[in-house]
Ligand binder design. Structure first.
Ligand code: SAM
Length: 226
């Protein structure tokens, strides 16, 4: 095995310390995930929850982002967290959870039924199970991010916010372009709590363009069969 360079060792060391730091902070502050700090840092910069009443959180287990959303919105908020995995009851005001795959019609119908209308903020911290095959993982991640855009096209208020996790890689630039086609403002953000050397980043998009414009041929049902 090739010997790790001193610079690579030092980067890895820093990255591990950072991971440990946020892990300890999460424990201390009572958050269910380190990821909670990523949303806290995004909120500090963009104030997504200001005036928001309805929030949809995609890929929400174990529930760190739900805790942050609930803290920001208080009793007035209505927050739905959806995940493939069950989320232990959080006992937080206004927070409901749903076990489901966001790529399935049944789950989408349950989300529609829950909100009975548009939502103010859509969050997606979803990531697929890592297979170890980088291209395949990247493809799955972008697929989840694209499904998130289809959901935003239908359910997000025109002046709403979308936060979506992506990984830099092959189709990333194209995806950013797709988000820019739909939203008036798009920022690419790397919260401090996200490890510097991971390819994970977040897109924070605000205000859907008028008329709504999901990129051509984008809806999964429009894909050609082979
Ligand atoms: C990084 S975790 C989310 C952490 C969460 N934001 C928190 O703060 O606790 C990513 C989640 O995405 C979920 N996920 C992946 N694919 C999904 C899908 N198709 N539908 C719903 N959830 C999915 C996974 O089950 C996993 O729990």
């Amino acid at each position: 095995m090739p010997k790790e360079s001193r610079a690579a060792m030092s980067k890895r060391w820093l990255s591990e310390r950072k991971r440990e730091y946020y892990h300890l902070m999460a424990k201390k502050e009572g958050y269910l995930s380190r990821a909670a700090f990523k949303l806290i840092q995004i909120e500090e910069r963009f104030h997504l929850f200001k005036g928001a009443r309805k929030v949809l959180d995609l890929g929400s287990a174990p529930g760190g982002w739900l805790q942050v959303a609930s803290e920001e919105m208080g009793e007035e908020g209505l927050i739905l967290g959806v995940d493939l995995q069950e989320i232990s009851p959080l006992g937080l005001p206004g927070v409901e959870t749903l076990v489901g795959d966001i790529t399935s019609d049944d789950t989408l119908n349950e989300i529609r039924e829950f909100f009975q209308g548009k939502v103010d903020v859509i969050l997606s911290d979803m990531s697929p199970d890592v297979s170890g095959n980088w291209d395949l993982d990247q493809f799955r991640q972008i697929h989840l991010a694209r499904v998130t855009l289809v959901i935003a096209d239908e359910l997000l208020q025109r002046d709403g916010w979308l936060v979506v996790k992506t990984f830099q890689g092959a189709e990333h630039d194209l995806y950013v372009q797709e988000v820019r086609e739909m939203f008036e403002q798009v920022k690419i953000v790397k919260p401090k709590a996200s490890r510097k050397h991971s390819s994970e980043i977040y897109l924070v998009a605000h205000r859907l363009k008028s008329p709504r414009r999901l990129p051509e041929g984008f809806r999964p049902e429009e894909e050609e069969e082979c």
